[in-house]
Design a binder for this molecule. Structure first.
Ligand SMILES: CC(C)(COP(=O)(O)OP(=O)(O)OC[C@H]1O[C@@H](n2cnc3c(N)ncnc32)[C@H](O)[C@@H]1O)[C@@H](O)C(=O)NCCC(=O)NCCS
Ligand SMILES: Nc1ncnc2c1ncn2[C@@H]1O[C@H](COP(=O)(O)OP(=O)(O)OP(=O)(O)O)[C@@H](O)[C@H]1O
Length: 225
């Protein structure tokens, strides 16, 4: 998770009852390296509470945890570093090479991510704008549980360049991850709002600011409901 402020702070603790402001649940997704974190960080600056599924999945796989023990049982000791922490590159090489292995890992990690996300949602102030950044939102059929689904898209060539240059990864690994995910067309079909990240970060921020202006209006800019 990153941001922790709320859109409509109350003066006297969480409100309840019929007049309490409605919490807005936003699902944010996009392909790997499309710019989701850049979008969620900007939304947090505007008061949204961000719940990041990648962060929660790292948390779930911490040393000493039950999920890591299950991962070792499923994939063997070779996915551990000498100090007992998860060797993420080793596990990534396995699961992005085989859909069955990936599904097996997802079955271990995803329920824990969802449970943690639920706990964080429940702690939010009424009236908050909660943004759940979920790379596999569409793939895991979660679109319907959000008031607004936001998809960020960027050209595949640019995403691959970012993965290879910024993350010390190979083009083959980048392509394997992209192939393990939905297509932009599938994501756009589930979207209420599409953000175009083919330009500069400033241009992306402008789109996010426009979106937040709408979501902060009492009628949520006509986007929810
Ligand atoms: C395989 C793991 C150990 C590789 O770790 P690594 O540090 O290299 O990648 P990281 O976790 O930072 O993920 C980077 C990106 O890869 C993509 N990705 C990760 N897991 C998956 C997956 N199971 N299927 C498709 N894409 C995925 C996402 O776009 C994500 O943003 C890790 O990705 C993992 O535990 N994945 C399973 C949990 C998961 O599905 N996470 C995504 C959201 S819950
Ligand atoms: N418009 C842009 N111009 C230049 N760099 C950008 C732009 N958008 C994003 N980036 C950079 O590209 C990289 C990927 O962006 P970001 O981390 O926001 O993507 P993501 O979708 O959250 O990735 P992941 O799927 O791994 O979670 C980051 O280093 C980010 O700073």
């Amino acid at each position: 998770m990153t941001g922790s402020s709320t859109a409509r702070p109350t003066n006297s603790g969480p409100a309840s009852g019929p007049d309490a402001p409605q919490t807005l649940l936003v699902g944010l997704t996009g392909g790997i390296a499309s710019g989701k974190s850049a979008v969620s960080a900007r939304m947090a600056e505007r008061g949204a509470l961000v719940i990041d599924a990648d962060v929660l999945s790292r948390y779930a796989l911490q040393p000493g945890g039950a999920a890591l023990a299950e991962v070792v049982e499923a994939f063997g000791e070779s996915v551990l570093q000498p100090d007992g922490a998860l060797d993420r590159a080793a596990l990534g090489a396995v699961v992005f090479g085989d859909p069955k292995d990936r599904e097996r890992l997802n079955r271990i990690v995803h329920p824990r991510v969802r449970q943690q996300a639920r706990a964080l949602r429940e702690r939010a102030e009424p009236g908050s704008i909660i943004v759940e950044d979920i790379p596999l939102l569409v793939e895991t059929g979660q679109s319907d549980r959000f008031d607004v689904v936001v998809v960020v898209r960027a050209p595949q060539k640019e995403r691959i360049r970012r993965i290879v240059e910024d993350r010390d990864s190979t083009e083959a690994d980048a392509r394997a991850r992209i192939e393990a995910q939905a297509t932009d067309a599938q994501r756009v079909a589930a979207a209420d709002v599409v953000l175009d990240n083919s330009g500069t970060l400033e241009e992306l921020h402008d789109q996010v600011d426009d979106l937040m202006d709408r979501l902060l209006r009492p009628d949520r800019g006509g986007l929810a409901g």
